[in-house]
Design a binder for this molecule. Structure first.
Ligand code: PEP
Length: 274
């Protein structure tokens, strides 16, 4: 099957896995990786399949050390837009870069819901972190009430417009390289309720159409758009078969090595054997 942008499987560990559990995860993951198919190892090595785990800050060093020699990227779950200053409890993009971290989640619905992040703070983070050279995985998505009120498209367009304010914005310039979008319907996150492939594809088409109309068809074509919301090894293939779904942002099913590698196996089967 043709996946012109490859496939990206990103695991969001949220506030799970301290240092000890991180080591245990990778000890088992390495065994599974070493005995996995040559197709999986080759597609990870040539980056047509990209794998990343977004670990809690304190577990990042352990994850980087343990993942050494395997093509698994380690990312962070959040960062402030300022490079330094009086922002107690925050971590800057500059600090992540100094630590060898090149990817960061921005605007996850749990950050919007529990930590008062707004479209405006999400825009500031996206622009600043991209300007600093980080890859940003920008999360957007509607709540259950918004979907039931028929507002899914309006919510997605509002969240996108907040970030892509002008053709000169850093977000626009980095489409296709430093910016990945993640459609995460809030009602599907951690609930076991997955969007159907049709619902996911419809939302991804809305996002790609926005990028095409607001920016350019080329930018829209290049942009990786992930689906997130109760992705499991059982449903990953059906979701990835949607033409506009380029990967998954996965919470619960990324916490266990056997289920994370099962997601990678499900994904790689959709990529051609050379
Ligand atoms: C997430 O953390 O972004 C997520 C989609 O979680 P889950 O896969 O557990 O629904």
């Amino acid at each position: 099957m043709k996946k012109p942008r490859g496939i990206f499987i990103a695991g969001n560990w949220k506030m799970n896995h301290g240092v000890k559990e991180t080591r245990q995860f990778f000890e088992q993951f390495r065994r599974l990786y070493d005995s996995s198919s040559s197709h999986l190892q080759a597609r990870l090595a040539d980056h047509s399949l990209k794998a990343a785990l977004f670990a809690p800050y304190l577990s990042i060093s352990a994850a980087q050390g343990e993942a050494h020699g395997m093509p698994i990227h380690i990312g962070a779950q959040n960062a402030h837009w300022e490079k330094s200053g009086a922002f107690t409890g925050e971590i800057s993009g500059a600090m992540l870069l100094e630590h060898g971290i090149k990817s960061v989640l921005v605007g996850h619905s749990e950050r919007r819901q529990y930590f008062a992040e707004t479209d405006e703070t999400v825009r500031k983070k996206t622009e600043s972190l991209i300007e600093q050279g980080l890859e940003v995985i920008l999360c957007i998505g509607e709540t259950r009430a918004e979907r039931e009120a028929g507002q899914t498209e309006a919510v997605l367009l509002r969240q996108l417009s907040a970030v892509f304010q002008s053709a000169q914005s850093p977000a626009v310039r980095s489409l296709g390289c430093g910016l990945v979008l993640a459609y995460e319907p809030v009602w599907a996150i951690g609930t076991g309720l997955t969007a159907s492939p049709e619902q996911a594809e419809e939302a991804h088409q809305i996002i790609r159409r926005f990028l095409s109309e607001k920016l350019s068809p080329e930018a829209a074509e290049m942009t990786v758009i992930l689906y997130g919301g109760s992705v499991t090894p059982q449903n990953v293939t059906a979701l990835l078969q949607c033409p506009n779904v380029d990967g998954g942002l996965v919470g619960g099913a990324s916490l266990k090595p056997e289920s994370y590698i099962a997601l990678l196996h499900g994904a790689v089967e959709l990529l051609p054997h050379p």
